[in-house]
Design a protein around this ligand. Sequence first.
Ligand code: SF4
Length: 300
Amino acid sequence: MRDKRYYPYSDYLKETFGERVFKITIDGGFSCPNRDGTISTGGCIFCDETGSFSMGHDVSLDIESQVQKGISYLKERHKANKFLAYFQAFTNTYKPLNELKKIYDSAFCDESVVGISIGTRPDCTEDEKLDLISDYPHPQLEFGLQTIHDETLKLINRGHDYKTFEDAYFRAKKRGIEVCVHLILGLPYETRTMMLETAKRLGELEVDGVKFHCLTLLKGSRLEAYRDKIKLLTEEEYANLVCESFEYLSPKTAIHRVAGSGLRSLTVEPKWINHKFHTQNLIDKIMWEKDIFQGDKCNI
Ligand code: SF4
């Protein structure tokens, strides 16, 4: 019996690999077509100059060194034996195929790396790249979808629509690649109904994983200019929305993250975002008090 009323990704990893597995966050030296002028130069309005890279380690290291450094740290700190190579910053499929192969290959420089997780955009997943990724052990893509609503995707300058996500999603799933979807709650002009519609659709798709984020003002993001025009969620509002969203997701969808993200030093508002354990506890409390479980309202 789980101690959470939702399905944590750490439980999924333990069930899959028979022990705890940790992600090593890697910067593969990628850029993003939504920042380099290919789609736009501005990027998504919430994106900061790190391209959503949450770690503060030395990105001047080559990939093998980043992996070895991550392994040493996690072995010492968590007595870990198995690891996933996680390409997080910017768009990690945005290079020619031969370069991608070299980059991904170098992440498997140690036999304790048992899988690969690649953060990318749905419009950067040509079939030959998905074929390459599907050949690695335990392949996973992380798509920054944020919402299913095209009007919001346009407003936040994602540079792609929802249909593009579904197309990439089904092509990845057809090849046996796991898909984790990133969502942002509290996007400008999104109502509670709209946010729950997003969760409901992901429930219908039975996506493998979801990562929840709260809209956050980061230093250097274009959102800073709208600071006075947008209303950011309170911790209570956010926690309640996460709990309601859980109900619409499939009970089989692993929850990679419920709260907290980004570099603390870059957070302008809301400040509560920097205390993720507090938010996690609040989410647990709400689920117990309301007596709800992940999947309660999932109709598949
Ligand atoms: S959030 Fe991701 S897709 Fe959007 S601009 Fe930043 S790196 Fe590119």
